[in-house]
Design a protein around this ligand. Structure first.
Ligand code: PRP
Ligand code: URA
Length: 211
């Protein structure tokens, strides 16, 4: 994994293989969905590497020994729609995590985020919330998601994305520098329509076959 400030990029041959297939314009929808799961699984493993644990005792068939149990209460926050594609893999790694969907979509003309489904919960906030969204482009949607979680009172927020653009990382570093961002790729730039280049196109459309 390479790293700069609060941004961590996976370094893994299988992930690079999957990203290449995700980028390919002729990859069919069912394969796109499978590939997203594989990359999300590796991201989930990486972004939970240092979760807080507490010491516990465990009796093996041979003797009593010491071990650990994860002690953080974790909330997964998939951003509709495309974040749904990462949710199953994260839930496999973190089966006891709570899941809090939020709806944000970009205005096609201005690329400004528009929230349409806010957090629906009376629960106390988790210790750590992980925002799931495959694409970090301008960073507008991610910052809006982070703001909702901060308003809820979440102390620690991380973001897992498949592909990030430098523009989005810059915006996140400026507006929420404490959020650690885990991605599988860092791309070159945004185009005039605020799409990531080379990117993979519209993640939600490709995931759900609505192109
Ligand atoms: C995509 C993506 C992010 C957002 C990233 O969602 O899943 O949420 O764009 O762009 P930004 O960093 O410039 O805000 P989109 O608005 O296309 O909605 P969808 O998932 O419903 O297709
Ligand atoms: N949203 C996407 O789905 N893809 C991009 O390249 C940018 C925003």
């Amino acid at each position: 994994m390479s790293q700069s400030a609060n941004h961590h990029v996976l370094s893994h041959s299988l992930v690079d293989h999957c990203i290449t297939r995700l980028r390919a314009e002729n990859t069919p929808v069912h394969e796109f969905h499978q590939l997203l799961q594989i990359v999300a699984m590796v991201l989930a493993s990486e972004c939970t590497r240092d979760l807080a644990t507490r010491q516990v005792e465990v009796r093996t068939p041979l003797e009593l020994t010491s071990g650990v149990r994860v002690s953080s209460r974790i909330g997964l926050v998939p951003v509709l729609r495309a974040g749904l594609g990462m949710e199953p893999a994260f839930r496999q790694i973190l089966p006891t995590a709570s899941v809090h969907h939020i709806g944000i979509r970009r205005d096609e003309a201005t690329a400004q985020p528009m929230a349409y489904y806010d957090l629906r919960t009376e629960q106390p906030p988790p210790d750590l919330a992980i925002v799931l969204d495959p694409m970090l482009a301008t960073g507008g949607s991610a910052c809006a998601a982070v703001q909702m979680l901060q308003d809820w009172g979440v102390a620690e927020i991380r973001m897992a994305a498949i592909i990030a653009a430098p523009e989005g990382l810059k915006k996140m570093a400026e507006s929420c520098p404490d959020v650690r961002i885990f991605t599988a790729a860092l791309d070159r730039e945004l185009n005039q329509n605020s799409y990531i280049c080379p990117g993979l196109g519209d993640a939600g459309d490709r995931l759900f076959g609505t192109v």
